[in-house]
Every structure is written in C-alpha cells, then in structure tokens.
Design a protein. Structure first.
Ligand code: PLP
Length: 622
C-alpha cells in the first residue's frame, strides 16, 4: 500500500538574506526595535541614519513601511502575534469591559481569546456551507444584541465572506469592523486586498501562515487615531513613536493620547523583522504556487461524489495554503475509519469540530457561561476536514495525497456484502448483440453498482499509476468507455485529452453533455476501427477484455491505431489468463509490443484483476 512520507508541518525556510541580517543583528546586539542613539530625532525613510549600527536598528520600522506598501494602508504597527494585533485593535476602537463583540463561530481560538483579553464578550455568528459568515444569522444576532458595536470578522483558512453585504450591515448598525487576515494575506475581494474593508486589519506571521517568523503580527489601518493608539499601546513610550516610518505624522496626536494609553509591551523584535523583510518579495510567487497546489488537489478529488469542496464567492481571489472539504453521506463510523486510515498512510487530516481541536467553539468555555447554540456551524464543522499544503509539496506529492484520500474513501464506501453484479452478468456472451443489450440496459445503475462493489478503487489505482507513464496532454482512447468512470478518474489526475469508444449508444448518449471526453465513437471491437494508423498516444481499457465479451482479433486493430512507443494499459481478469493474456503475449513474442508492467489489483469478490501495460515497439512493422 502506497504511503505519503513528507511532513505536513514543514514550515517555509528563511531566505538567506534574512539569515545573514539576523546574524548581523545578533553580532551587534541590536535586537530591540528602538535601539537608536538618544539624540535620534524623527526617523523618516528620507533621512539618512548616521552610522551602520543605527541603520541596523530599523528592521521593524522598515518592515512596517514595506508591509504598508504591500497592503496599501497608511499605517502599520508590528507586534508579537496576530492575537496581540486583534487585542490592540479592539482596544483602539474602544472596546471596554463587558462589551459585546460579534465574531465567527468557525475560527481559531486566538480570536475569541483576544476578545476576552480586551474585556469583550464574544457573540458567535454561524457559518454557512462555504465556511463563511451566514448573513441571515449575522442580521439576527445584531437584532438580538443591538448593543454589539464591534465585529471581528475572521477569514478563517482564507475563506472570504460577502464583504459588500457585511460592510453595509456594519455601516447601518454603526458597528466597527475589524478584519482578522491571519490566513488571508494577499487574498482579494472585488480586486482589492482584504484588510482594506474595515477599520483595522490584523495579520499573522506565525510559522503556518504565508510569512514565517515563528511568531509575529501586524496591525494595518488608515485611521490616524487608531494607529497612534496601537503604536503607543504596543510599547512605544516617551518619544519612541518618532522611530516609526508608517505612522501618523502629527506628534501632537501621540502626545495627547500618551497619558491615557497603557503600554502592553507587545513589540515585535528586530530579529523577527529581519527574517520577515526578505520574504515580502516572494509573496506573489508563494500565493500563486499555493493556488496551484490547491487547484491540483481539488482536481484530483473532483471525481469523488462524497467530498464537498466549498467554492469562493465570485468577487473573491483566494490565497490558499490548505484545503478544506466536507465529507458527505458517511456514517460516523466511516468518518472515524477515514481519519484513521488516511493518517496511517501518512496523510494528516484534522476535523475542525472535534474536542481535541482548538477551532471547535465548544472548546472555548473561557468565553461563555452557557454553550451557545450554533446548529448550522456544528453540522458543517463536524464533518469539515482540513489539510495543510506546505510549499515543500510538489505536484507529484499533491497527486499522491489525492490518490490516498480517494483510495481510502472508495474502500470505506464499498459495501462489504454487496454482490458484485446483483443484476446478473453472464460469464459468456453468445453474440455481440447480447453484449450491446447488456450495456445499453445497464447504463442507469452502472455507476452506483460500481461504487458499491469497489470498482472505483481499481479505477483510481489505474489512473494514478498512469501518471508515471503518460504525459498530461497525451491523446488517450478509452476503449469501452461506458459511463465514463475511468475517464473521470483520468481527468482528475490532469489527463484531459481523452476520447471514448463504446459499443453502447445509450452509454454514449449519457456522456454527450458531460465534459469528460473530447470525442465519442460508437464502434465495435473486432471490426476495422475508423481511426488512422498510429492515431493515439495511449489506449486504456478496463472491464472490456473479460468474459469473452470481445473477440481476440481486436488486439491487431489496437496495435494499428497506437503510435509507435505508445502505451496500451489494459485490465484483465486473472481468471481469464488463457483467454486474453495469451494472445497479448503472442504479440510480445512477435515484438509488436513489450510488457512493461503487470500488477495484481483485487477489488471484486467474484474475481481478481491485473493491470497490464504494454508499449508498442518503436521500430518495425505491424
Ligand atoms: C493563526 C490565526 C490567528 C492567530 O495568529 P497568531 O499570530 O498565532 O496569534 C488568528 N486568526 C486566524 C484565523 C488564524 O489562522
């Protein structure tokens, strides 16, 4: 059984420039962000610092400035975590002891914790099946709690709620909107980066986020009053606020506020900023490669009926670094099996709604006296799976993860006491009409039956195996395509250039409006096929060369339409060894093709199968 061996917890390494700068800071001891000489006066980017040591002491100020250019905010304050950012943001907008603060029920424990830290009382808003704020519930919570004047909107795992609607609702109700962008740096709503839709935005640079400094957070805002508050409260005492670049220019604002603002000592270390700054230039690349890993995995999982992947709203451009999906139609026992078996095979999947998961609201008892009733969120997160997709994973890793998830799921969904072919399948067909009639009338219950008997396990395995033998754009002919089950698996691994051939018109009719095949051909094996010589890069066939359904002479035509060097992947019944395997070997002896793989895959109760891969000889005649 194939296992995945890479770690899901691997953080991104620090660029060399960051490592070197950090070492320099340590050599000089300049780790404190305000380590300037006393006569230092008002640092701005334009003014040159008088020596290299002082230059070194400005890493945090420069990071704040560079971050503000990226997020398009006037003011940025760096702190020691996103949790601290949210805490300071809440204090800045005026949260006082006992104030109600609306927030997502589906988020990370750091969010309600920050609310509690600021003296607030979280009012949890339900999420919907797309993992975003349920607008109806937001409206009803505002109605029930008209005194709630703050909203920490969390873009949990980068899922972006309907910001047009939420901004409207908040404006009308006079609610301060704070955006928790911990997991959505680089994501956009309607062409504008998230973080620009509320009063204050909070970001994280904890190791599992887009920027990695182990710990770290940033506060971004265009409001001078809030910015000045955060700078002072983060730990800028006396005249130290002057050592910020991305700050309000008005010194009076700071002087007036200062006596009223506590110093919570939440500053970011200079060392942290030094490892973060060089990462900024890789952001766009990180975002696009994360999107590629995400797209690849959802494509691989697209062939499974029991997985629901939430889709973003139209105006959203995501910046995903993980995948969330819901299991559909599984019993709780099957869910347990799924978690255990994927984990045994190296694929780490967490379910949000679990008592060992800090993203489950019922585990936040510190934030309520009575467990809130959140039925919608409960029903979604109790089956919501979470997989990290770190940048150390390449396209092959993602396909293997997808393969394992499907392999486990298809095996679990296979019905143990299911008869392989409950409607009866004769072992021997007298005429081709008998074969045609069988498949024509089988069409409507074909897929379900093959899910139930585990045939999908075999198809997933074949399609995954072929990723090692065929390029994505390979022109493939699926022989005996039926209802398209095999091609759906092939599609899911990126093979999109597939044509289908079948004897059954009903099967082809069913496929007509689906985007599985590029072309469909009603043809009969054993006859001369309507294709030119050397037409296809590859031929695939499952469930065809069995039970004497097709004449032995078929192979000759297949060799003719296959390109020299092309691949024929065929699934045979082990029990049919003499019937079909023997003539295949005869062609091997004639040097028409060579066998490059023969491997057993047993999924059905009634018989055993094997995959045989043949490669047509490059030279010689046919
Ligand atoms: C990680 C995370 C936080 C907390 O960030 P820290 O920097 O660890 O405090 C908050 N909200 C969300 C959605 C997160 O994913």
């Amino acid at each position: 059984m194939i296992k995945f061996t890479k770690s899901f917890k691997t953080p991104d390494p620090i660029p060399q420039a960051g490592i070197e700068q950090a070492i320099k800071l340590m050599q000089k001891g300049r780790l404190y962000r305000y380590n300037f000489s006393d006569d230092f006066n008002n640092y701005s980017q334009r003014c040159e610092l008088n020596n290299e040591d002082e230059e070194l002491a400005t890493e945090v100020a420069k990071l704040e400035h560079e971050f503000s250019l990226y997020t398009k905010h006037k003011y940025v304050v760096a702190v020691n975590s996103c949790g601290s950012s949210i805490f300071l943001a809440l204090k800045a907008v005026g949260v006082e002891l006992g104030n109600k603060v609306l927030t997502n029920a589906f988020t990370f424990t750091a969010v309600p914790s920050s609310i509690v830290h600021a003296g607030g009382v979280p009012i949890y808003v339900e999420c919907n099946s797309e993992y975003i704020i349920d607008i109806e519930d937001l409206q009803s919570k505002i109605k029930v709690h008209p005194d709630a004047k703050f909203f920490v909107l969390s873009y949990m795992r980068g899922h972006i709620s309907n910001l047009d609607t939420i901004k409207n609702i908040c404006n009308q109700a006079g609610i301060y909107l704070i955006e928790d962008c911990a997991h959505s740096l680089g994501a956009e709503w309607d062409g504008q980066l998230v973080g620009n839709h509320g009063e204050i935005a909070c970001f994280s640079t904890q190791s599992y986020k887009l920027l990695n400094s182990g710990e770290g957070g940033l506060i971004a805002t265009n409001n001078a009053q809030f910015a000045a508050y955060c700078i002072l409260a983060a730990g800028s005492y006396e005249k130290l606020y002057k050592k910020h670049i991305a700050r309000p220019d008005d010194d009076n604002l700071f002087e007036k506020l200062k006596p009223h603002v506590p110093n919570f000592s939440l500053r970011m270390s200079n060392l942290t900023a030094a490892v973060l700054r060089p990462q900024m230039e890789y952001l766009e690349h990180k975002i696009s490669s994360g999107q590629q890993r995400y797209d690849c995995l959802i494509q691989t999982l697209s062939s499974v009926r029991n997985i629901y992947i939430p889709s973003p709203l139209k105006k959203v451009k995501r910046a995903p670094d993980s995948l969330q999906f819901n299991l559909v139609g599984l019993t709780s026992e099957q869910v347990e099996q799924f978690l255990q078996q994927t984990s045994e095979r190296g694929v780490a999947i967490q379910i949000f709604g679990r008592y060992d998961n800090s993203r489950y609201y019922k585990n936040w008892q510190y934030s309520f006296k009575e467990t809130p009733c959140l039925e919608k969120t409960e029903s979604i997160i109790s089956l919501a799976c979470d997989i990290r997709l770190p940048s150390s994973f390449d396209a092959d890793d993602i396909k293997l993860i997808g393969y394992i998830i499907k392999d486990v799921l298809y095996k679990i969904l296979r019905i143990d006491d299911h008869q392989d072919y409950p409607n009866g399948l004769t072992d021997h067909f007298e005429t081709i009409e008998e074969v045609r009639g069988k498949y024509d009338s089988w069409v409507l219950f074909y897929d379900q039956e093959h899910y139930d008997n585990g045939w999908t396990v075999l198809l997933n395995h074949i399609a995954y195996t072929l990723t090692s033998y065929l390029k994505q754009d390979t022109l493939i002919l699926d022989i005996g395509c039926g209802t398209g089950l095999l091609a759906r698996e092939l599609n899911s691994y990126g093979f999109k250039n597939i044509q289908g051939l079948d004897i059954s018109q009903n099967s082809l009719d069913l496929l007509k409006d689906q985007e599985i095949y590029n072309a469909l051909h009603l043809e009969e094996l054993g006859n001369t096929l309507s294709f030119a010589d050397n037409r296809f890069d590859a031929l695939v066939s499952t469930g065809v060369f069995t039970r004497n359904q097709v004449p032995l002479e078929s192979f000759k035509e297949l060799i003719r339409i296959l390109k020299p060097g092309g691949i024929f992947a065929v699934v045979l019944r082990v029990e049919d060894d003499d019937l079909y395997y023997k003539p295949i070997q005869d062609y091997c002896d004639l040097n028409m093709w060579q066998e490059i793989l023969k491997t057993k895959i047993s999924v059905l109760k009634s018989c055993n199968h094997e995959l045989v891969i043949l490669q047509k000889s490059s030279i010689g005649k046919h």
